[in-house]
Design a protein around this ligand. Structure first.
Ligand SMILES: [Cu+2]
Length: 136
């Protein structure tokens, strides 16, 4: 046998190195998923009654800018300046006539700056945010 005694056939380093690769792969996994950028959101609202707003949400694909059809989400208004003060229930958005457009009627509890939280279930489970001023 010619192999030197101090060098095992299977290098001792390979096990920790394999573990490192596994860790690296696991660490990169969420990044690969997050690489799909969230859709673009445009919102316009019209006053329907006092503190009641009919809002249209226009979603677009982040890459192509094309209208995003087939999305499913609900909208929950929160007030960034008053984190615990309001607990407005989420409202399901419904597809509107225009492709990539969805409508929801929001009932707010006071005028001011609200954050509209879009709780998406399609095309991906994620949260989008859109801050808006609602006049008095
Ligand atoms: Cu408030």
């Amino acid at each position: 046998m010619t192999a030197p005694i101090h060098r095992p056939a299977w290098p001792r380093r390979s096990v920790p190195r394999l573990r490192l690769w596994l860790l690296a792969a696991l660490a990169l996994l969420p990044c690969a998923q997050a690489a799909a950028r969230p859709p673009g959101v445009g919102v316009s609202c019209k006053t329907a009654a006092s503190l009641v707003y009919d809002c249209v949400f226009r979603l677009s694909d982040a890459k192509s800018g094309a209208p995003l059809s087939g999305a499913a989400f609900s909208v929950q208004p929160t007030m960034p300046s008053m984190p615990m003060a309001h607990n407005v229930r989420p409202v399901a958005a419904e597809p509107a006539a225009d492709p990539g457009s969805y409508r929801a009627r929001l009932t707010l509890e006071m005028p001011g700056t609200w954050n509209l939280k879009l709780l998406m279930s399609k095309p991906a489970r994620e949260e989008l945010h859109h801050r808006m001023d609602f006049g008095s």
